[in-house]
Design a protein around this ligand. Structure first.
Ligand SMILES: Nc1ncnc2c1ncn2[C@@H]1O[C@H](COP(=O)(O)OP(=O)(O)OP(=O)(O)O)[C@@H](O)[C@H]1O
Length: 694
């Protein structure tokens, strides 16, 4: 019975084991891997259970085959019987136990109990195992579910990726097909074009064949010509040479003719210019009224007695002793006229010395009337001297390279009829004016320093040197400068590279000594001598101008150092400008009237024709007399007759607006080149200065 019970229990256990096996995965059931030890252990248990069940059944079978033995009751049995009897529910079982109670049975029972105990233990272990297995199973199932979910997600993603891949493949396929189709079409069209080209080339080839034959023929022809070329070249060169020689001689002839015409034209222009100068008068007289200074304005005597014509810049009105005097000059500069405006009016004269004319600009007027201001100016507003040199530089630079010019400068002071070399090493040395011993009839000043200037900086250096030397030669420069004449002599020598012509012009810029009369100044002693010398030279200047105006056969240039030195700039086709400086103050009115009258007299002078000058020069060179027999002419005022005198007749032309006068002057100066034979004796850079006679 125990076996039966055991058997039954084993069956149940096995059944439960199998039923739990059903829940296992196919993998775990069949798997031989090492990852599923619980499952394997379960299988092993199952097998063990099966084996034990089999053993139990075999024992049962053997029991069944063994005959049953009735055993008398022992005290224990009786005890048991009593126990069983007390329990009515177990009555049959006790009966049966008694039936089998034998030694063997006892033994088997003991064995069975042992087995039962072992089996119970096994069962406990199995149950424990089973629980573990169930836990593992649940875990596995959960993992399995997660894995399945993940697999499903992966599968979805894979499906999506596959879909995309397929779509991409599809697109690529379509693209590939399209590209292939396009390439094919292109290739077809290109192929067609190539075929067409090929056809064209074939056609060309067919048509070129005759051309090739022609070319071959030409080539052969040229080859023969190349072989003949040296001979032909020699012949052609010889012919060309002859032709060139012929052309050169023709051009040379034409050039000669042109040169001849040019020279003739120049002479004509010069004649015209001279005629024009003769008509206009080549002595121009400007007047500049200096402004009233600050100190003078404060004094009671500041009232100006001068007034200007707003319509005519050549007229000046002067109120003297209740009478209005009218002076007509070539140009009147009011006090507000700037240095630049003054220079604008004189610059055409200055440039004419580049063309070979001698020019003389001198400032005339009483002391303090502004002569030095006009000629020298002040440091930040230079006067005519410095502006003239700068203008000459710019003009000769413009004429290069056709003309090659040299500009040289000398500075001379005439004090008490003594000539001083302001650029020399010893300014106190006295210079003399002499006849050139070469018999040319030219005057020169032995020992006069002549400095070649090449830049505006050179000009500044020369002026500085001149001022320094002038200052060292006297105690009071201001007083000294009032009583001496200062001359800046600029010589411009030009050489025309094309024609070989040479020109030489001289520009004399003179700041005269004060022109006030001796009587008025009341000077004595050395002052008297100074005043007499000044008067002498200014009188000589007046005499010279008077003689020139009267076309006298003799012009007294030698009566003073000043006129002697300025001889070639006052005569012939020389151009002279007198800048009469006038003080506006009533106290200076009588001196102003004298200066203006002298200016008006000068303005009416016409320089004589060259024939009379030749006469004068020959007489100068042969007899250095002092014009004895001719009355001395002092710079006294001449009667002004605007309508009748020659100067007045011309003055209508000179009263034209200043711009037109400027134009005519510049036309003259640029249009007329004077050729001279330049004396080589003046080439010495420092000592010798030649005064050319006409
Ligand atoms: N146009 C002018 N504008 C301004 N100041 C002037 C002008 N003219 C002359 N002056 C001034 O008047 C004063 C006298 O001029 P400047 O020395 O030139 O006279 P000057 O006639 O040369 O005298 P001197 O015969 O004594 O040499 C100077 O101070 C000068 O600066």
């Amino acid at each position: 019975e125990l076996l039966l019970v055991e058997n039954e229990r084993l069956k149940q256990e096995l059944k439960s084991c199998r039923s739990s096996e059903l829940k296992l995965d196919a993998c775990c059931r069949n798997c031989s891997c090492s990852r599923c030890p619980p499952q394997r252990r379960q299988l092993e248990n199952q097998q063990n259970l099966s084996l034990r069940l089999q053993e139990c059944e075999e024992q049962l079978a053997r029991q069944a085959a063994t005959p049953r033995v009735q055993v008398g009751g022992s005290p224990e049995c009786h005890t048991d019987k009593r126990k069983v009897q007390s329990d009515s529910s177990c009555c049959q079982f006790v009966t049966q136990t008694v039936e089998v109670e034998s030694a063997d049975t006892q033994k088997v029972l003991a064995e069975m109990q042992l087995k039962n105990g072992a089996l119970q233990e096994q069962l406990t272990v199995q149950r424990q195992l089973l629980r573990e297995l169930e836990t593992q199973l649940h875990e596995s199932q959960r993992t399995c579910t997660q894995l399945r979910t993940q697999i499903l997600v992966y599968e979805g993603e894979m499906e999506r990726a596959q879909g995309q891949l397929e779509a991409e493949m599809q697109n690529l396929e379509e693209e590939k097909n399209r590209v292939i189709e396009e390439a094919f079409i292109r290739a077809e069209s290109e192929m067609k074009a190539v075929h067409e080209n090929l056809a064209g080339v074939r056609m060309n080839l067919l048509s070129l064949q005759p051309a090739l034959r022609t070319l071959t023929c030409d080539y052969n022809c040229l080859k023969r010509q190349v072989q003949d070329f040296p001979f032909m070249l020699d012949k052609a060169i010889t012919e060309a040479k002859q032709e060139i020689c012929q052309v050169i001689s023709e051009v040379s002839n034409a050039n000669q003719e042109l040169l001849r015409k040019y020279k003739r034209e120049m002479n004509l222009r010069k004649k015209c210019h001279n005629e024009l100068v003769r008509l206009k008068g080549n002595i121009r007289v400007f007047c500049r009224v200096r402004p009233v200074s600050q100190e003078e304005q404060d004094s009671a005597d500041a009232k100006t007695m001068l007034s200007f014509d707003s319509d005519d810049d050549a007229i000046l009105y002067l109120s003297n002793k209740g009478k209005i005097m009218t002076f007509e000059l070539d140009k009147v500069f009011p006090p507000q006229a700037t240095q630049e405006e003054v220079f604008q009016e004189v610059q055409s004269l200055i440039t004419s010395c580049i063309d070979g004319f001698n020019v003389c600009i001198f400032a005339y007027g009483q002391t303090g009337s502004g002569k030095t201001y006009t000629m020298e100016g002040v440091a930040d507003d230079p006067g005519i001297n410095q502006r003239a040199l700068r203008l000459l530089f710019s003009e000769v630079t413009e004429k290069a390279p056709d003309w090659d010019y040299k500009i040289s400068v000398s500075m001379v002071e005439i004090y008490n009829e003594t000539l001083r070399n302001l650029l020399g090493e010893n300014p106190t040395d006295k210079l003399d004016i002499k006849m050139n011993p070469d018999g040319s009839g030219q005057l020169y000043v032995p020992g006069l320093t002549e400095i070649t200037v090449q830049s505006p900086e050179d000009i500044n250096r020369v002026f500085e040197l001149g001022h320094m030397n002038r200052a060292t030669a006297c105690t009071n420069l201001n007083e000294h400068s009032s009583r001496s004449h200062a001359l800046l002599i600029i010589t411009v020598s030009g050489f025309n590279v094309a024609t070989g012509n040479r020109t030489q012009g001289k520009l004399n810029l003179v700041d005269l000594a004060g022109s006030e009369r001796i009587g008025k100044s009341g000077a004595e002693g050395s002052r008297l001598r100074e005043a007499q010398c000044i008067n002498k030279s200014l009188s000589a200047l007046g005499d010279v101008i008077n003689a020139l105006r009267g076309k006298h056969s003799h012009v007294p240039f030698r009566n003073s150092r000043l006129t002697y030195l300025l001889q070639d700039s006052l005569s012939g086709d020389s151009k002279t400008l007198m800048m009469v400086q006038v003080s506006p103050l009533p106290a200076n009115m009588s001196e102003s009237v004298c200066s203006l009258k002298f200016a008006q007299r000068v303005r009416s002078v016409e320089l004589s024709a060259s024939s009379s000058r030749r006469h004068e020069n020959s007489s100068t060179s042969s007899s250095p007399t002092h014009d004895t027999g001719l009355p001395p002419v002092t710079p006294v005022p001449l009667p002004i007759s605007r309508a009748s005198s020659a100067g007045s007749t011309l003055s209508s032309a000179s009263r034209t607006p200043s711009s037109s006068r400027r134009r005519s002057q510049s036309q003259l100066s640029t249009g007329t080149q004077r050729s001279t034979t330049y004396s080589s004796s003046s080439s010495s850079s420092t000592c010798t200065h030649i005064y050319r006679t006409h």
